[in-house]
Design a binder for this molecule. Structure first.
Ligand code: COA
Length: 143
């Protein structure tokens, strides 16, 4: 696969491509409505495209001053393991170095082996001193 045909663009995918790629990459699903509301609030995001198809993505959300969170790092399965995750993280890391305020807290949740990727960019594990805590909002029942 010719690496030069894969472009990194400094633009996050639209809601459809985003939901599709999350599913392809085996990540928990987001509704289209959630994506349509949430994605415009991205501070910085990138896409990897090949022949107009989105095959990778990553973005940073946060308050733009004190707190930044790296989310939605994904590469389509057929393209994993060839440096594309690093290409995405290089772009996000460069943006953070340029834009994040000194003293800002930058976090992410690393799933499985992806922690090895993030460790390359200075992220350190916080457990057991602090642990990630979470819940996912359940579908609303009709009135
Ligand atoms: C995580 C993910 C984005 C990595 O993308 P990728 O293109 O496969 O990653 P790369 O080829 O750029 O590898 C980057 C580094 O990650 C680490 N890495 C990635 N997968 C790994 C694995 N299974 N085991 C150990 N290290 C791994 C390696 O350190 C590698 O660096 P190296 O090649 O210099 O050793 C991709 O596997 C993915 O989309 N997974 C499914 C969705 C997901 O889990 N996203 C992360 C949510 S936190």
């Amino acid at each position: 696969m010719a690496e030069e045909h894969i472009q990194l663009v400094e633009h996050f995918p639209d809601a459809d491509a985003y939901c599709r790629l999350r599913a392809q990459a085996g990540m928990s699903p987001k509704t289209l409505e959630a994506a349509r509301k949430g994605l415009p609030n991205t501070l910085y995001g990138v896409s990897l495209t090949r022949d107009n198809e989105v095959i990778g993505m990553g973005r940073i959300i946060g308050d733009g001053g004190c707190f930044y969170t790296v989310v939605d790092i994904a590469v389509a399965p057929a393209y994993q393991g060839r440096g594309l995750g690093k290409r995405i993280m290089n772009a996000l890391d460069a943006w953070l170095r340029q834009n994040a305020e000194p003293s800002a807290y930058v976090t992410l949740v690393a799933d499985g082996e992806a922690r090895h990727l993030y460790a390359k960019y200075g992220f350190v594990e916080t457990a057991p001193a602090s642990v990630n805590m979470e819940y996912i909002v359940a579908p609303r029942l009709p009135d």
